[in-house]
Design a protein around this ligand. Structure first.
Ligand code: AMP
Length: 415
């Protein structure tokens, strides 16, 4: 199948060719013709499936066909959970739009940076707006932007938008939009809150589920290594050297751990950097571009910061600390094995994290063989695991934990 046969104009096909997209991915093959018809889409797609172009191409096609009755009014709004993803989606739009006969203005809006340049950038309007919800609302409140003519709304990574506590902001954004519009809804997972948002938002959607097709599943080998808490950094050092990974993304639980682990790797001569929500946007961009250009071998990140990282040919992800939720696990391991490449996702399972990992396995419907690496065999005893259904004291986030995580998410990714 080719991009031409999906009904895209030559300027867009040329841009896909330039990006070395030889043929549409499964989500693109299914979603593009449907979205071009103007109907709602419910896409169940993992990161790495090519979902960004699956919504960007039909939006650009509509705009290129002159469906903009008045230029520079915002006709397409893409809501994303984090600034990294906003920047990445904005780049995809710009790249794919570059050969269109009429230039389109694409605004990328996210929090954590000064609002003024974004307000200036919106002068004269923008055809396409890619935004995190908090900053978008700030700009609407400042009258920098009007959403009354949006005819296509995209929710990208809807599960993550809700996970990061954006439900209230989303509801407020929806109030600003005209009721008649096309909705394109993408999510990797469909827990009840995401399903109910989709039910509320979508009108007779065409449901597209690509991960059901085995050939399209990212080729990610999941491994779980039992290790004592104090041995994780030496084990990580050993694996980086022994496996010969050109690049590896390491997930930890806190900002402090990003700094500590990257510092310790640095002492061992491994070029590593911390990546967390409190870095300035400039510092984040620098780390990402160094990582993409292979000037940096290891990035040690928190979940919030790492959300939008899209690095082609990332061979490995390590869960130094386990993620809190199965949704985060899916997103973390989805950083590797993207767009047809294979990858490995290794989780360090300490004795007291065993029950939590079982819960993640259960939610994922997988069972990952426990391994031990000679020289790093654990001696700590596993806690008794009586109930893998969530009855593990101290493992489930308390209400306070959730509020804290939501606040962190807001400071780290929006407003
Ligand atoms: P996404 O799921 O949108 O984050 O895309 C994952 C990666 O796949 C990105 O690096 C894209 O540039 C790449 N990609 C998207 N569509 C294609 C395609 N048709 N062929 C090859 N790579 C693609």
């Amino acid at each position: 199948m080719s991009f031409e046969s999906l009904g895209l104009s030559p300027a867009l096909v040329r841009a896909t060719r330039e990006r070395a997209y030889l043929e549409p991915t499964a989500i693109q093959a299914e979603a593009i013709p449907v979205a071009l018809r103007g109907v709602d889409v419910l896409g169940c797609a993992q990161t790495g499936s090519g979902k960004t172009a699956a919504f960007a191409l039909p939006i650009l096609e509509h705009l290129a066909q002159g469906r903009r009755d008045r230029p520079r009014r915002t006709h397409a709004l893409i809501l994303v959970p984090t600034r990294e993803l906003a920047a990445q989606v904005g780049d995809t739009f710009r790249n794919l739009a570059q050969y269109l006969p009429e230039p389109l203005k694409i605004a990328v809006l996210f929090g954590g940076v000064s609002i003024n340049p974004q307000m200036m950038g919106l002068r004269g309007g923008a055809d396409i707006v890619v935004a995190t919800p908090g900053r978008l609302l700030d700009l609407v409140e400042h009258n920098a932007l009007k959403l009354g003519e949006v005819n296509t709304l995209v929710l990208d990574e809807a599960d993550r938008l809700l996970d990061l506590g954006f439900a209230e902001e989303l509801a407020r954004v929806l109030e600003e939009l005209p009721p008649r519009r096309q909705n394109l809804f993408f999510s990797a997972t469909f827990p009840p809150a995401v399903q109910s948002l989709a039910d509320q938002l979508l009108r007779d959607p065409v449901r597209i589920q690509v991960e059901a097709q085995p050939q399209e599943q990212p080729d990610i080998l999941q491994r779980a290594i039992e290790v004592d808490t104090a041995k994780r950094t030496p084990l990580l050092r050993y694996l980086i050297k022994e496996q010969g990974w050109s690049r590896v993304l390491v997930f930890v639980a806190t900002k402090y751990a990003t700094e500590l682990v990257s510092h310790k790797l640095g002492l061992a001569g491994i070029h590593a950097q911390a990546f967390h929500g409190e870095l300035s946007q400039g510092a984040r961009t620098q780390v990402l571009s160094d990582f993409k250009a292979s000037r940096l071998q290891v990035v040690v990140a928190t979940d919030v910061a790492a959300r939008g990282i899209d690095v082609a040919r990332l061979p490995a992800v390590v869960n130094y600390d386990l993620p809190r939720s199965a949704v985060d696990y899916t997103h973390r391991i989805g950083r590797t094995g993207r767009a047809g490449q294979s990858g490995v996702a290794i989780s360090f399972v300490t004795a007291d994290a065993e029950a939590h990992f079982r819960l993640i396995e259960k939610r994922q419907g997988v069972r990952v063989l426990r391994e031990q690496i000679p020289g790093f065999e654990p001696v700590e005893a596993a806690l008794p695991v009586a109930d893998v259904n969530g009855g593990i004291k101290g493992k489930r986030p308390s209400k306070k934990d959730k509020l804290r995580a939501a606040a962190l998410a807001r400071t780290g990714s929006s407003t």
